[in-house]
Design a protein around this ligand. Sequence first.
Ligand code: PGA
Length: 230
Amino acid sequence: MVGGENKKNIWIIANWKSNKTITEALQWLEIVGPYIPQKPKLKVGVCPSFLALAEVKKKILVNNYPLLLGAQDLSRFGSGPYTGEVAAEFLQEVADLVILGHFERRKNFAETDQIIAQKLEFALANKIKPLLCVQNENTPIPNGASLIAYEPIFAIGSSMADDPRKADLVASLLKKKYPGSLEVLYGGSVNRQNAKDFLEQENISGFLVGANSLNPQAFLEIIKGAEFFS
Ligand code: PGA
């Protein structure tokens, strides 16, 4: 899947989780931003904490970095009396994407498939592209979700990535189950060494990268490796 016209979109999305101050976020951007290749099919993005979103957005715009900006969550309610929540209608001012259904939120914040579906509706209604994390081919995918990250639980933060052929199989099963235009990313201990083996799989369209996105050089190396496939 590397020949001319047939090249697929490749998404490389950094999930910083609960890491990086605003200052650290801006330092990372200064290192990574200037080296992101300008290619229409290569879609690089970063998902900082809520707190850093606005500053990161400003820097992306001022420097014209080819970088999408994502949130890691949004409220399952609209604006109003929901103390502590960040509603989609505010996020849409800054965020292109939002990660939903990450296993860490399912596990630590009791998010159910139903809650995730509510959040997804708010994302779509506010034109924020949801990046829905699924743990296997049986995780339900609500209508309107087209960008999926397959993240097997054992591979998250473990340094034990899944077998790329297994990831490809899950991606192909999902595409069969939800015919249309799903793009399926892989997430779980992605690094510069294993990235190529995943990108060679027909049904894998990039990555959600956790730990190896925090270090700018490590993330840039993953991007460099992906450029060829996009
Ligand atoms: P990891 O995290 O790359 O550190 O395994 C990926 C994720 O949880 O999205």
